[in-house]
Design a protein around this ligand. Structure first.
Ligand SMILES: NC(=O)c1ccc[n+]([C@@H]2O[C@H](COP(=O)([O-])OP(=O)(O)OC[C@H]3O[C@@H](n4cnc5c(N)ncnc54)[C@H](O)[C@@H]3O)[C@@H](O)[C@H]2O)c1
Length: 268
């Protein structure tokens, strides 16, 4: 019999948690009994945290301004969870931005911001959290990265974004080997009904949105919670499409490769 994941007393860090998917993840975590530290560049996260604490009638959430492209700010966010709430159990690398098409980004500055936010923010936060968990003999951790269907569907108008999300998919697959101490998983949704979609070169009238429709954010958050709770998931990507059952990405993980190499070296 599997023991249900117990959120009571657990502490989570959620990046990009001031709105949309990140905020909903934080709210779902608190609803289940966890405490959360939200980091975001938008200061409106502070008011959201006030609302969460009032609703819970306790000190269950903290907001800290954090630009995930800034390594020190990221480390300080994770340190805050440990100093203020005493531990770290869950890291949700949710902060992510869209690039602009190359025609609108001649200096590549938006592309660079997209890369540092989406890739560096995710990998540096995970490395720091892994280091923390590694130092605690009995600690176990779980990381959920927000990837995207863009990792699998080459679309020219979001080339840098797609490349960053493909990087997150591969990074997550590589990190299968740190389980069972730490389980690193990712969610790869298609278009989700959030402010993200309203970017000037995307928008609700865009042909891709018209063709695929938009996923309700709670459906994505349900899969984030599944990735946290399901002990059998490690190095897994849950693909979430509109009006379809979520499915696991079939690309091999680092643990599959290790098993494969061990088998082939044994047969030499
Ligand atoms: N909405 C979609 O269609 C969609 C689809 C697939 C994947 N995703 C991914 O899901 C995640 C959340 O998307 P969303 O729809 O909630 O987007 P959103 O734009 O509504 O919210 C993103 C949040 O991240 C914050 N953020 C941006 N840059 C940051 C930085 N440098 N440091 C800290 N915080 C920062 C923003 O302030 C915002 O609060 C992103 O990683 C996105 O790529 C979104």
């Amino acid at each position: 019999m599997t023991i249900p994941f117990d959120y009571i007393g657990k502490v989570a860090v959620v990046t990009g948690g001031a709105q949309s998917i990140g905020l909903l993840v934080a709210q779902n975590l608190v609803k289940r009994g966890a405490r959360v530290v939200i980091g975001d560049i938008q200061l409106s996260g502070a008011a959201e945290v006030d609302r969460m604490n009032k609703k819970a009638e306790g000190h269950v959430a903290i907001f800290q301004h954090c630009n995930v492209s800034d390594t020190n700010a990221l480390w300080s966010l994770i340190d805050l969870a440990i100093t203020a709430f005493g531990q770290l159990d869950i890291l949700v690398n949710n902060a992510g931005i869209l690039d602009k098409p190359w025609e609108l980004d001649p200096t590549g500055s938006t592309a660079r911001r997209c890369i540092t936010t989406n890739i560096c923010g995710t990998i540096e936060a995970t490395n720091y959290a892994l280091h923390h968990w590694n130092q605690q003999k009995d600690a176990k951790g779980v990381v959920v990265n927000l990837a995207s269907m863009a990792a699998y569907v080459p679309l020219n108008f979001m080339a840098t974004y797609a490349a960053t999300k493909a990087a997150i998919v591969m990074y997550t697959k590589c990190m299968a080997s740190v389980a069972p101490k730490v389980r690193v998983n990712a969610i790869a949704p298609g278009g989700v009904d959030t402010k993200f979609i309203d970017a000037e070169h995307l928008g609700r009238d865009h042909w891709t949105v018209k063709a695929s429709g938009l996923i309700q954010p709670q459906r994505v958050v349900d899969q984030v919670m599944r990735a946290i709770e399901d002990e059998s998931l490690a190095g897994d990507i849950i693909i979430v499409k509109n009006n379809e059952e979520p499915e696991l990405c079939k690309l091999p993980k680092s643990t599959d490769m290790e098993a494969l190499f061990q088998t082939s070296s044994a047969s030499v």
